[in-house]
Design a protein around this ligand. Structure first.
Ligand code: FAD
Length: 406
């Protein structure tokens, strides 16, 4: 029995435990997760950890000793398979049960897999856990032709690392541009051109038929037009499915994520959900329910839950932000571009330093800044204060965004 049981020892779960202790919560806390490692940062899995620039120890969210020092029980390699909201109990994979006062559901999501034949062959990978990446790294030593399915952030980051390793990389994107779900066309075209210049074979509107095998291993990808692209390794980066089944079965409202209110409370008593698995009303989406997959969202929702459990409820209002590193390009985004009806380009992509500013009904709702940290920092206030600056001034590099906030 724990006063607070946190299920999922990733970004949100770890931060919830940290924030509870920072708020002087004195009750018992368990942080339970199904991976073998203490909580670690996930973004480096497709960036610095994958490239070898950062060791595993350097991506731990806190040093190993931290958890015991803060009297937080780390229960690793355990999976919750059922929740009893009436008895306030969870059941683990081995049949044992743990009672809770408050339950924090911070389970993230499982990588979406292909459904075509060959999707489960050896040499086909997703990128979600340290174990996934270690398996990939072991194979990259001998792999030469690598196919990345999905031109989202994770797929493109992996492609950048692998290209730098000297691999022959092909990216297959089903839409007619990369980053189509998250960015405006000029940004997509910029990244497409950058990857091509680095030698990545980017194929748009690509339709995968199946994965071919040879002796139980992947040997290539067959496309809808019958052509076959040879591959020693395939990386699938096509999104996640929120890991919410036990809570839904227990009666929580939701589907694509667990529905929560502005305090991250679910429809079940004393049960909260945070991070990638939480469908929450976001003020930067005009209060519409959305799921966000970002470290910012997981951490800030964890803080909201820690306060709510401590009896000091404050609503979730944090400004969304995100980043992506590819080659020497640092993309920083702030706000949510959902539903934009206009964009302004600030700076010339040819200089490899520029920003795309998203507007809705004349108001700034988001910025994507490439090697333009000053715009990112100063543009945040435009988003927060929902400013409607003159569009020519927004585009004018001679005018700092700071001056447009007033
Ligand atoms: P997670 O960190 O995924 O933690 C959930 C944990 O719960 C996992 O360990 C999972 O195995 C475990 N779990 C699931 N079900 C159960 C169960 N039933 N019982 C016990 N344990 C369970 N975000 C950014 O902001 N910037 C980036 O650059 C960025 N890059 C990324 C790169 C990669 C390769 C990946 C995979 C993600 C990236 N993200 C990035 C997204 C970011 O990592 C996630 O948004 C964040 O990890 C969400 O935190 P979370 O706590 O919701 O879930």
């Amino acid at each position: 029995q724990y006063d607070v049981l946190i299920v999922g020892a990733g970004h949100g779960g770890a931060q919830a435990a940290i924030a509870l202790r920072q708020n002087n919560f004195e009750g018992s806390i368990a942080l339970l997760g199904d991976e073998p490692e203490a909580p670690y940062e996930r973004p480096p899995l497709s960036k610095e950890y994958f490239s070898g620039e950062r060791s595993f120890e350097r991506i731990l969210i806190r040093p190993l000793a931290f958890w015991a020092e803060r009297d937080i029980d780390l229960l690793l390699e355990r999976r919750v398979i059922a929740v009893d909201p009436v008895e306030h109990l969870v059941t683990l994979g081995d049949g044992s049960t743990i009672g809770y006062g408050s339950l924090v559901w911070a389970t993230g999501g499982a990588p979406r897999t292909l459904t075509c034949s060959g999707h489960d062959l050896k040499g086909v990978h997703s990128v979600r856990t340290r174990a996934d990446v270690d398996r990939m790294l072991a194979e990259t030593r001998t792999a030469r032709d690598i196919i990345v399915i999905g031109g989202g952030y994770i797929g493109l980051e992996a492609a950048a690392v692998l290209t730098k390793m000297g691999k022959h990389v092909t990216v297959l994107e089903a839409m007619n541009r990369v980053l189509a779900r998250v960015a405006a066309e000029p940004l997509s075209r910029f990244y497409e051109a950058e990857h091509r210049a680095q030698g990545v074979d980017i194929r748009l509107s690509a339709r995968v038929d199946c994965i071919n095998e040879s002796d139980g291993w992947v040997s290539g990808v067959r496309m809808h037009d019958g052509s076959i692209l040879p591959a020693d390794m395939v990386i699938v980066g096509i999104g996640i499915i929120p890991a919410v089944e036990p809570l839904i079965v227990a009666g929580a409202t939701g589907g694509n994520g667990i529905d929560v209110d502005i305090f991250c409370q679910t429809s079940l008593p004393d049960v909260y959900a945070i991070g990638d698995c939480a469908m929450h009303p976001n003020p930067f989406a005009d209060g519409a329910p959305i799921r966000l997959e970002s470290v910012q969202n997981a951490n800030d929702q964890a803080t909201v839950v820690a306060k709510a459990i401590n009896g000091e409820a404050v609503p979730y209002q944090a400004v969304p932000w995100f980043w992506s590193n590819q080659y020497d390009l640092r993309l920083q985004t702030v706000g949510l571009s959902l539903g934009y009806d206009n964009i302004v380009q600030r700076g010339d992509p040819a200089t490899r330093s520029f920003s795309i500013i998203y507007l809705k009904s004349g108001r700034v709702i988001a910025l994507d800044c490439v090697n333009a940290t000053k715009d990112y920092v100063q543009g945040k206030a435009l988003v927060v204060n929902r400013r409607s600056p003159d569009l020519h001034q927004l585009a004018d590099l001679g005018i700092s965004l700071k001056t447009l906030v007033a």
